[in-house]
Design a protein around this ligand. Structure first.
Ligand SMILES: Nc1ncnc2c1ncn2[C@@H]1O[C@H](COP(=O)(O)OP(=O)(O)OP(=O)(O)O)[C@@H](O)[C@H]1O
Length: 309
């Protein structure tokens, strides 16, 4: 799909926000969209939900065009927006009970309350709740209708570790119940942990997509000769600025300081030639690493690789 908006600021009067997003989310899977601020994640979700109409391409939501579809389709989809979108003067119990009544087969309220630990503030007006409490109420509101598919825009933003775990457990439960989940997050560790499929968006374009294993080159084919690896080495001494600038690849400092014994990471070693380039740099610098190893690459490594200019 593509999505363009008319603005006064651009030369042609139109700004294209999404210019090549091809995304499929499956039932019983967690599809995670990641990307820097302004990449187009929320816009993608809004088009997928039928809140915005793509200017080109098409969107199918449970087999229908969400922009034209009626209330029947909306009732089958749960949505948690980034800004909550909750009525501020209402109490969570009133809100959830009301929304439940709009659905044929709602999620039992007490079960949702337990899973999201809402009981302590069910009777407090939403405007008086903390940010993390509001997030959990917004998630409950997205789920109370027992949707077949849910869109969650940064569901764990601002949550403390315990609440985040509750949300993870609930997402696992949704997945194992066969519900499709599409979510955005800035927490790459969370994306790596939760995702069945990952889409990396940059400037309105999907620049990479696949399973975590496919993107990081780990997991399914650990001995694949083509998969990039992260190399770590322990430096026998601190590296000088000139040496760092001369390195054939950007180095990441894994230790707390650049000193003797510090560990350094090289994110993507993809071939023996890359190793040779690194060894040549060690030779030029008179460095003989005390230890060299390969590490599994993370989604974060891939993210930095594709988001650097
Ligand atoms: N109605 C609009 N008119 C003009 N520009 C818009 C409009 N809506 C969004 N944009 C721009 O589109 C781009 C993508 O916005 P979007 O909210 O989809 O990004 P995002 O990836 O969700 O960002 P974040 O991580 O900050 O939430 C941004 O540059 C934003 O300023």
């Amino acid at each position: 799909m593509r999505y363009a908006v008319g603005t006064a600021s651009s030369a042609r009067g139109v700004t294209e926000i999404l210019s090549g997003v091809d995304l499929t989310a499956r039932r019983g899977e967690v599809t995670v969209i990641i990307g820097p601020n302004g990449a187009g994640k929320t816009t993608t979700l809004s088009c997928a939900q039928g809140l915005l109409r793509p200017s080109a391409g098409s969107v199918q939501l449970l087999g229908q065009d969400p922009y034209r579809a009626g209330a029947d389709l909306r009732a089958r989809v749960g949505v948690m927006l980034q800004d909550g979108g909750l009525p501020q003067s209402v109490k969570p119990r009133t809100l959830l009970t009301h929304v439940a009544k709009l659905h044929r087969d709602p999620w039992p309220l007490e079960d949702l309350v337990d899973r999201l630990d809402l009981s302590a503030f069910l009777g407090t007006a939403i405007r008086r709740l903390s940010g993390g409490q509001k997030q959990r109420v917004a998630l409950a509101a997205a789920l109370i209708g027992s949707p077949e598919l849910v869109f969650l825009d940064e569901p764990s933003a601002g949550l403390d570790p315990q609440s985040r775990q509750l949300v993870f457990d609930l997402i696992d439960h949704l997945r194992s119940s066969g519900i499709g989940i599409v979510l955005t997050t800035h927490l790459l560790e969370e994306a790596q942990h939760l995702a069945d499929a990952v889409y990396i968006l940059k400037d309105g374009v999907v620049v990479r997509h696949g399973t975590v294993s496919e993107l990081t080159g780990i997991g399914e084919e650990p001995h694949s000769h083509t998969a990039a690896r992260r190399l770590c080495f322990a430096s026998p001494r601190a590296l000088t600025r000139t040496e760092l600038e001369d390195a054939p690849y950007p180095l990441e400092l894994d230790s707390d300081a650049n000193r003797a014994g510090a560990r350094w990471g090289v994110p993507a070693i993809a071939s023996p030639a890359d190793l040779t380039a690194l060894a040549r740099w060690w030779e030029r610098s008179g460095l003989f690493p005390a230890e060299i190893s390969f590490e599994a690459r993370t989604l974060e490594d891939v993210f930095w690789e594709v988001s650097s200019p």
